[in-house]
Design a protein around this ligand. Sequence first.
Ligand code: IVH
Length: 701
Amino acid sequence: MYSKNQQQELLELTRQYLKKTEPSVVLNEAQSATEALIKIINFHDWKYYVQSEPVISDFEYDMLFKLLKKIEAQFPELMKPDSPTQRVAYGLTKAFPSVPHLVPMLSLDNSYNEADLTEFDRRVRDLTEMPHIEYCVEPKFDGASIALIYENDLLVRGATRGDGAVGEEITNNVRVLRSLPLSANFSKYGIAKAELRGEVLINKEKFKAINEKRQEEGLNILANPRNTASGALRMLDAKEVAGRGLEGFMYHLAYAVDMQGKNLLRDTITSHSQSLEMLYDLGFKTPNEIKKVCKNIEEVMRFCREWEDKRDTFPYEIDGMVVKVNEYRMQEMSGATSHHPRWAIAFKFKAKQATTRLNNVFFSVGRTGAITPIAQVEPVALAGVTISNISLFNEDVLREKDVRIGDMVLIERAGDVIPYIVKSIPEARKGNEQIVEFPKHCPSCSSELVKNPDEAVIRCVNVNCPTQVVGRIIHFVSRDAMDIRGMGSSLVYKFYDAGLLKNIADIYRLDYAKILEMEGFQEKSVSNLKSAIEASKQQPLERLIFGLGIRHVGETTAKVLAKSVNHLLEIKEKSAEQLQEMEDIGPKVASAIAESFHHEDNIQLIRELEQLGVNMTADASSQLVSNKLEGKTFLFTGTLEKFSRTEAEKMVEEHGGKILGSVSKKLDYLVVGESAGSKLEKAKKIGTVKILSEEEFLGII
Ligand code: IVH
């Protein structure tokens, strides 16, 4: 898509415009600035959403975006249809009109084993009268299918599958998906009009995070990534669609004609794998990296089984593989039924559903006091994992599914992530099943539980409830919060039980002499723990804010808050209305923050932490020049020419990156100078470590 040179040029251009973020500087060159910014932002969208390898920080991206918006607001005539600012859809869609597909969207026939595939291959060879057939095999994405039309390089229409002949027009919603380019250089391939097919998906981790947040907010839990994706595509408010984090993979070029209307699919673009490569080159997300062109059906079978084994490692839900005759000429000869093409077949993976017995339901207490019913089932294997505990989320879910102790239940592993109970099987009841009683008192501290009328969850509101206290401490020390290495949940429990840790502030008052006397601790481990705890005092303010576990305050909101003050306690002075004026903070979050900072116990905790030496000011975080290397690890080796090693390491840290002591799988980048030796060898062997020259390193900084 972008050659190495183009990428370098665009990064250079990015840097130029990052220096010009004051609009007055560019208004006299508005035309060229608009063009440049569109190019730059489209490039970074591609890096972020298609390649998943961002090269600038979110903050820098926002600056560029805002600049473009400002220029376009001043000079509306410069607005281009493929400007990234046009991804923000305004207003509500009232209904989705029906639109016919250019080519019917057929479905796929299914196969379940090697015998089915052998039969499929025999049929194709009969139909084509060929002794050997080449197949292209790729994942079968489990999301919602879409059809996109590009005309003269611009995205002009997006539609759902509908009944296959006619779909619903969802162009507005499709335009907010940043992994789908608003314009693509089809003309480079002589294509004037094309229809692409693909699937809209949610990353499994993202799906899990959405559900955790929803549970926290007392909203209903989304059943699985597939329903979530297809539901989101039909949301009436495109802004909400954008918030769901959907991504589009394109796997089929259904139609492609040139200026004269001549079909290009067969003689010009000759195979499916070629069209996938072309789409990849045009900037689309495709199954390109995991597709395989196979010489015969045996190779197809091996590839399908290989992916069945490692399906869990794939970041998106896949429920099988799709086997396609690769050459268009052969596809044409194979033909289609009214329902499915004869040149393709889905190979379905083993089901991830099972039935088992529900033995009991117990109730767990989260760090915010939310009470979650957990089903204990007769252990059962599901797609390679033994399942015994399953969350039932909240009382509404429990009642709606009418799950009773002793019931047979149907369970599914949604998105390979969390198992959930699809339904109970009332037909199998014997009559002695018991309705689950929801507790009136907290299972941890026995205080009375409270139900807020606009939430689905029931909570324990006792701030001193032991399970909540431990949960809050675990959250505070966790990796995304204060990141106290070596202090995992088991240690927190141990210290809590030993009376060493009663609240968050106690972390900084630990009695190390007592710990040394405890079983399983040596000088070394205790001194490591002590240094990790000491080091955490200097964590940037945003981590502290996140670590405090204020309701609805995730990492993003914590960052926004940290940027808005010099000292943490300044937040106390802000009203809910003022908080709401901040970016991304809605009424619910604002009132949760205000409420938390009006609670005397919380203020007391902050004061204690400050006295114990924990950083409360924005200084530590603003020492960062940027956070573009956040989460990335570096190591330098060999003789460096352009800077000393100390300087280089400082640069990494200033941009939020970390220095590692040795080459391991955890290392992201090895920067090599002259005569690098064994470290370089080792990095090459590991294979996942990116190796950079000094110039390349400067480039990414
Ligand atoms: S090709 C004419 N490729 O599976 C062939 N479909 O049951 C068109 N699907 O509705 C389909 N991943 O939504 C194709 N790599 C892939 C796919 C895929 C998922 C879906 C698609 C279709 C359904 C067929």
